[in-house]
Design a protein around this ligand. Structure first.
Ligand SMILES: [Zn+2]
Length: 154
């Protein structure tokens, strides 16, 4: 089972502390590491053979993209992003999942092109440092605020 399928199983059992909300096509979760404050993921509900957007039937794809966009807007409002960065990658786990990064100027320090550029120009060991994992109370607060904004948009 892939890591994302495992996380979804934990959500279904009620034991995933990062879980925010279930939508029709996926699950909204706060990212484990929060160097980019408000980093959120939207996990597609199914895995199997559907590992590309072009594998989804048009209506399903449209719904998945629409819901991802709503999540992005909620993330932007909640965490005061200057810009949202959207990533759908899948070389770690092919399971369709969006990374939604709220970006603000200076958030990659002087890495990249004098501090400008994608999140992956920030060093991985800093991005995934245990120092930027949210504490229990901070996580609860982030989830509550994001859920409030999501529910306004749904
Ligand atoms: Zn999976």
């Amino acid at each position: 089972m892939c890591l994302i399928c495992e996380r979804i199983e934990t959500i279904k059992k009620g034991g995933n502390p990062y879980f925010v909300k279930e939508l029709e096509t996926g699950y909204v979760v706060i990212g484990d590491n929060q160097h980019f404050h408000g980093y959120t993921l939207f996990l597609y509900k199914h895995h199997g053979e559907k590992t590309e957007l072009f594998h989804l039937a048009p209506a399903e794809r449209a719904k998945f993209l629409e819901e991802m966009t709503i999540v992005a807007e909620a993330v932007s409002r909640t965490f005061d992003a200057e810009k949202i960065n959207y990533e759908l990658l899948g070389m770690g786990d092919a399971h369709l999942h969006w990374h939604l990064f709220p970006r603000i100027s200076g958030d990659i320090e002087n890495y990249g092109n004098n501090g400008r550029g994608p999140v992956w120009w920030y060093p991985m060991e800093k991005m995934y440092s245990d120092d930027n994992r949210p504490g229990k109370e901070e996580l609860a607060e982030m989830k509550r605020k994001l859920l409030d904004e999501l529910e306004k948009l749904l």
